[in-house]
Design a protein around this ligand. Sequence first.
Ligand code: FAD
Length: 461
Amino acid sequence: MKTVLVIGGGVTGLSTLYELSKWKKENQSDIRLVLAEASAQLGGKIHTVKNVGFMMEAGADSIVARKANGMNFIQELGLEEEVVYNAAGRSFIYSDGELKLIPADSVFGIPASVESLAKSTLVSAEGKVEALKDFYTKNEDFTKNDSIGVFLEHFFGKELVQKQIGPVLSGVYSGDLEDLTIASTLPQVFDYKEKYGSIIKGFNENRKVWQSGGDRKFLSFKGGLGALIQAYEEDLHGTEIFKNTKAEKIVKAADRYEVVFSNGKSVAADHVVLSIPHNAAEPLFTDRALKTEFTGLKNSSLISVYIGFDIPDSELPADGTGFITANTDELSCNACTWTSRKWKHTSESGNLLVRLFYKSSHPSFSILKEMSKEKLLQTALGDIKKSLGITAEPVVSEVTIWKESMPNYLITHPQTVEILESRLAENYPGVWLAGSSYYGVGIPDCIENGAITAKKITEKL
Ligand code: FAD
């Protein structure tokens, strides 16, 4: 009897196991399917916390609707009736001591028309004139493997990128735009430059693509994203799930692998799926070359602070759902979502719930990362007072420190993943990489990658 062991019960591992269990049923196979998860609960970076009428997500809070609606996991898991969408609203950038609207008719802060650029309150007249060079500057040297920050600055100038596009885009892709490739972020900017000669024109011509689905850009579930994890867990027939079971070692044993756990137990498996972060996978091996490649992948840190107040969220600027910080010396946070506005299901009473994000790209982060959760809460309250003028005492808070947990797809990322794959295929056939460290961080990417991983294995069975 063959055994597949999935290490890591985040959404990637769960999707992999779900697809394998479907295959097992369809093929009436006697294959043994095992999942080992280090912590007491499944879900990894998806974890919903409920407290005094507020719903908070310690990690991911939503799924990009455009991607999810093209897939069938919501229907398959019976979650259609549970789906909720974000409320429509406008986002601000906190700059020079005030909240300024991100101009309408822009995509990730990139103007989709000259009018949108002209109306921006974030950029000076000189900055706007400079950005117009997008219309007459040709792409001569850039490829999709170049830095998106350098690319955008080349065609738009520094000011538009630093004050309007950068804060939005680096928030979405968690990193410094200088270090991220065009290919791993927004390849459309390259395609539009090639096809239309101008990025602005490209977004203008393709506005239907970006506006599809209207304002319902993100989705979650009535019970929070944790409902997705629960649905997977309930649907994993014919599998064994071991929680509080941390993999510590992978040992080659004849034509199988013996995986040893922290509780002293072990599983012998023909296929092993590493749906764990790359820095959790590296210690499982003794192979030096492989270890070196794993360390070529990089993660950054993030701190999330939720605060619930006993005041109605109508105190916030009308029509707003949150802000991003442009100048890092003004506030310690990088962004603040007005969660109860954006997601009605997160606040039973309609009272104000906000979420602040602190990222390692911020100059204060080296101090913040050493702080206790209580001190972090006080810092967050200071940011709320300064940006929103709210001085009320919180009724609930949830501080989560994601230390070295957010994958950064550096320019070298694709090559490193390729080398890791080929070293594993050569020296550890049957051991598979999966998940957000390698193949895309969004939840739909992870779910899709789980299905691809399961297929690679079933093709070998
Ligand atoms: P993980 O969720 O990291 O799961 C890995 C699992 O492996 C964990 O459960 C861990 O405990 C376990 N593990 C680790 N080591 C071992 C070991 N040795 N043995 C056994 N088990 C082990 N994505 C979105 O699409 N939308 C969002 O809004 C969004 N927001 C985010 C906000 C935050 C704060 C964070 C941190 C992430 C966010 N993401 C978002 C990204 C998304 O949540 C992740 O990319 C995705 O959930 C990763 O899933 P995964 O299964 O690949 O890894």
